[in-house]
Design a protein around this ligand. Structure first.
Ligand code: FE2
Ligand code: FE2
Length: 269
């Protein structure tokens, strides 16, 4: 029984879609999908349909791409309302989401904690203010498409949503994390700024997470933390916790000759 993880499948791209469709079955194993599966709800439904057939249990957290509003005809929607729709979709396939009761991975007894936290532009240099951060990123053409495609309920935007999500997660940890239990944390965005390794697009960092989560691996006793978003596969260690960036990425970022199976990361503690 293995615990596999992958993120950033981006199945809106045909080559990635076919790779997920053609992936072998692992009937004993569990699969973590750490966000950026796709943009459209129909594509996400297709991904869930394939994955629940291939794996014993599927766990999913949203990436920024899932929260993009790509249907131009539906102007009243916000990314928050799409999030609720996506959670309901996942549940209809029996996929575990950040809004569900946490489950133990039977083989190791670790508590699996899927998270949604977003970003608040705090991953920026000290000398750049929040007001300046978008133009600072624009100077090197690094502004994230989220600025157009993610729409929030309040004018304060993603900053405020991220703060609310972090508040909710912290309250849940306080209430629901049993004493002494070790965890596996799953979040699309890296939990720490020092895990953002993006040398090709350094000014993309403001869209990569929030400083609020910097010590969550210690506070919430994580043996492993799984994330994606960066499209830079890595394993890092901090304070005895293993951090796994498990992105597949766009076709130029992975080798189809190796097959998708090669990119599944065994994240068992
Ligand atoms: Fe991605
Ligand atoms: Fe992402």
């Amino acid at each position: 029984m293995k615990l596999w993880a992958i993120s950033d499948l981006h199945i809106g791209v045909m080559q990635n879609r076919e790779a997920l469709r053609d992936l072998s079955s692992f009937p004993e194993d569990w699969l973590i999908l750490a966000g950026d599966v796709c943009e459209s709800i129909d594509d996400l439904a297709q991904a869930f349909a394939w994955c629940v057939k291939k794996f014993a249990r599927v766990i999913w957290v949203p990436g920024n791409h899932e929260l993009w509003l790509v249907d131009a005809g539906d102007k009243s929607r916000t990314s928050q309302s799409k999030y609720i729709d996506l959670i309901n979709l996942a549940r209809s396939f029996g996929v575990l989401t950040p809004e569900d009761p946490w489950e133990f991975f039977p083989k190791t007894g670790h508590l699996i904690v899927p998270l949604t936290t977003m970003y608040d532009y705090s991953f920026r240099p000290d000398h750049i203010s929040r007001e300046e951060v978008i133009s600072w990123a624009a100077e090197q053409d690094c502004v994230c498409s989220d600025e157009i495609l993610i729409k929030t309920q309040t004018p304060a935007g993603v900053d405020r949503w991220s703060a609310q999500l972090c508040d909710q997660a912290e309250q849940r940890f306080q209430k629901e994390l049993p004493e002494g239990v070790q965890t596996i944390l799953i979040n699309h965005f890296p939990l720490r700024e020092d895990l953002v390794h993006i040398p090709r697009v350094p000014r993309f960092s403001p869209w990569c997470g929030t400083k609020r989560t910097n010590d969550w691996h210690i506070r919430y006793r994580a043996s492993v933390v799984i994330s994606g978003h960066l499209h830079v596969r890595r394993t890092d260690w901090r304070d005895g916790t293993r951090f796994e960036e498990v992105s597949l990425g766009y076709p130029r970022q992975w080798d189809p000759a190796k097959g998708l199976q090669y990119y599944l990361r065994d994240v068992s503690p």
